[in-house]
Design a protein around this ligand. Structure first.
Ligand code: NAP
Length: 271
């Protein structure tokens, strides 16, 4: 099926019925994590949503309202080990010690690192961007592992961007963090394959979200992608959701350690 920007609702078969998922990174209805959560939900998965702190919880609740009723929420700041410990204790008791799917859909870099030159990045800024955007995948995977072992295996999905592979103006520090995240995806896939846990990344084309607004000249980036991409448009969050569903399901059972581009083909173009 080919999608247009007007026609953006996809109905999925219930291939995740009985599966339990943790989805991080829903900030609002524009979030990529929200597109992913809707796809997993529509395919029958039971979802726990994590939010960074109490201040941000109401917006997440508002996003879920009317779409996913009675969803469970858990506070999880990935930059804090105590928060990780207590969130996973909560998840263990809510899901009866099992987890099938983990969606890592979050990133952070100080605003100063998303403009000017990478050469000017401060040590503290580098450390926080790497910690939240890249190390957090390993930290969450380590916590998820025993729950996925109890489930007989699992699928871990993270979100990256082309700026990890090629220089994208202003993406700077986040490109370095995403490069580490993509390498981390491969190393985690190698570590966890023995437990039938797959780890993959989706390299999404640009989407106008809250986090994206922090990147200088983001609208220019969107326009450039739509002009150059073979499909002559930007990707829809529903399409990223569909790919996440594929990666979460047995349909992708033989795939691990991959970075899958969901970008209307932009990344294949040299000019
Ligand atoms: P978004 O809606 O703003 O989501 C970013 C999420 O990261 C927010 O929910 C934010 O929570 C969370 N977060 C930041 N620091 C955190 C922390 N310490 N602990 C827990 N959560 C934290 O933006 P998005 O664009 O959908 O981003 C989702 C993922 O997609 C990111 O990895 C991003 O790099 C990636 N991606 C985005 C694009 C794009 O063009 N938008 C393209 C490719 C890949 P709060 O709101 O609570 O701070």
């Amino acid at each position: 099926m080919t999608m247009t920007e007007e026609q953006s609702t996809i109905e999925f078969p219930k291939i995740l019925k009985g599966k339990k998922a943790l989805v991080s990174g829903v900030a609002n209805k524009r979030s990529i994590a929200w597109g992913i959560a809707q796809a997993l939900h529509s395919a029958g998965a039971e979802i726990i949503f994590s939010y960074q702190n109490e201040r941000l919880k109401p917006e997440v609740e508002k996003t879920l309202e009317g779409s996913i009723d009675n969803a469970k929420l858990v506070e999880l700041d990935v930059g804090n080990d105590e928060s990780l410990d207590s969130a996973f204790e909560n998840i263990v008791s809510s899901f009866g010690g099992k987890l099938d799917i983990l969606v890592h859909c979050l990133a952070f870099a100080p605003r100063e690192t998303l403009q000017g030159g990478y050469v000017d990045t401060l040590r503290d800024h580098y450390a926080i961007a790497q910690d939240v955007s890249s190390y957090s995948l390993a930290a969450m995977a380590r916590k998820a592992r025993p729950l996925m072992q109890s489930a007989g295996g699992g699928s871990i999905i993270t979100l990256t961007y082309l700026g990890a592979e090629k220089v994208v103006p202003n993406y700077n520090m986040m490109g370095i963090a995403k490069a580490a995240l993509e390498a981390g995806t491969r190393y985690l896939a190698a570590d966890l394959g023995v437990d039938n846990i797959r780890v993959n990344a989706i390299s999404a084309g640009p989407v106008k979200t809250l986090a994206a607004r922090g990147i200088s000249d983001f609208t220019k980036m969107l326009n450039k992608h739509a002009e150059v991409a073979p499909l002559k448009r930007n990707v829809l969050v529903e399409e990223i959701g569909g790919t996440a569903l594929f990666l979460a399901s047995p349909l992708s059972g033989g795939i691990t350690g991959e970075v899958l581009h969901v970008d209307c083909g932009y990344s294949i173009m040299a000019m």
